[in-house]
Write a protein that binds this ligand. Structure first.
Ligand SMILES: Cc1cc2nc3c(=O)[nH]c(=O)nc-3n(C[C@H](O)[C@H](O)[C@H](O)COP(=O)(O)O)c2cc1C
Length: 354
């Protein structure tokens, strides 16, 4: 008997799809955002980065590595920015190369909030919803994370405006859209979880207050670039830089309802392994998103191409993002097409950008 599962699976994964009315993708494989810390010392993307992304232009959609929206959003060395003209010009080189290869690319908009350190901030403290320090030490430098400073309510409009200015810069740099990084315990996620948001003003407290910052950022970005050019990544399961709280499902349920009304390009799950279950979410984070969000959903988290195809066939997701295997296999799509085995990922691959 021929193995039709594999053929059917591959055709679902590799077939074209209309992401929005204006954007057709050549397949349902997303290259997940992957921080590589290889921008130059002015946080400008390099030629090497352009070549690295161009080699992966046959992904249906590339989401760039997380890119900082203003200087105090940085938490790791040599992560690219999108807040000045040199960075926009650097990214333009990347998008030109990706488009030259027939690719589609969104930029991921990032502010790390409390996941930073005064070494990146000219000696200042990181900003966050509340002064709740992250335990542990920073990767590479081994410095302990310090207590962040709670944002004053008067500072929030400028922060929201920095996201929309960065989104406008991304469009000037030739991106096809932007993905708001609301996942993985960074700034927006810090507003969404009670563990890190102890505010009692309009940006915390009630469920409405807990989602206000995220929705203001979405609305600000949509105003500048249009709803069909905007995705958002979320981690309803607290698994990284964050502790869970029994209110999390109510907060994320409310947020996802608000996002449904806004008809964005997509919502993207942020997690490392979507096999993980969360009691308070009633199962996996991916299934929680599907139950609460009606629009286009991008899955992620330890998916092989076969499992990704099955998840799409089962209706769990509309697209699936693949991260580490895309670092190990620049020719991932060609390998899926040919049914060839993939090279396994290992961390030593992070030292090179090939
Ligand atoms: C080296 C590395 C860098 C990452 N950088 C980002 C990032 O910049 N933004 C983000 O949202 N997720 C980031 N992630 C998470 C991935 O996007 C993805 O969710 C995770 O690797 C699970 O998918 P995978 O099992 O297919 O690798 C990173 C993961 C790795 C391994």
């Amino acid at each position: 008997m021929p193995d039709t599962t594999r053929e059917n699976g591959d055709s679902i994964l590799l077939g074209r799809m209309d992401l929005t009315e204006n954007l057709t993708l050549k397949n349902r494989v997303v290259m997940a955002p992957l921080t590589r810390c290889m921008a130059d010392d002015d946080l400008v993307p390099t030629e090497l980065m352009a070549a690295y992304y161009a080699r992966r232009a046959d992904a249906g959609l590339i989401v760039s590595e997380a890119t900082i929206i203003r200087p105090d959003g940085q938490g790791y060395p040599n992560t690219p920015g999108i807040f000045n003209a040199a960075q926009v010009a650097g990214w333009r080189r990347v998008t030109d190369r990706v488009h030259g290869g027939g690719g589609v690319m969104f930029l991921q908009l990032w502010h790390v909030g409390r996941v930073s350190h005064p070494v990146f901030l000219g000696g200042e403290s990181p900003v966050a919803p509340s002064a709740v320090a992250l335990g542990g030490r920073m990767p590479r430098s081994d410095l302990p994370y310090g207590a962040p400073r709670a944002l004053d309510i008067d500072e929030i409009p400028a922060l929201v405006a920095a996201y929309s200015a960065a989104a406008a810069n991304a469009m000037s740099a030739g991106f096809d859209g932007v993905e708001i990084h609301g996942a993985n315990g960074y700034l927006i996620d810090q507003f969404l979880h009670r563990h890190t948001n102890r505010r009692t003003d309009g940006y915390g407290g009630s469920i409405e207050g807990m989602v206000r910052f995220a929705l203001e950022v979405v609305d600000g970005v949509v105003d500048r670039v249009g709803r069909d050019r905007v995705g958002i990544r979320l981690s309803p399961g607290a698994y990284f830089n964050m502790e869970p709280h029994s209110d999390d499902p109510a907060v994320f349920g409310r947020l996802l309802g608000g996002l449904d009304d806004r008809r964005l390009a997509y919502v993207h799950l942020g997690i490392f392994d979507d096999g993980m279950t969360f009691d308070y979410l009633g199962g996996t984070a991916g299934a929680f998103l599907r139950r609460h969000y009606k629009g286009t959903l991008v899955g992620c988290g330890s998916y092989t191409p076969d499992r990704a195809a099955r998840a799409i066939a089962d209706g769990a997701f509309d697209l699936v993002a693949i991260g580490r295997p895309f670092i190990a296999n620049a020719d991932l799509i060609a390998k899926i097409e040919r049914g060839e085995p993939l090279v396994g990922y290992d961390e030593s691959m992070l030292k090179r950008l090939d």
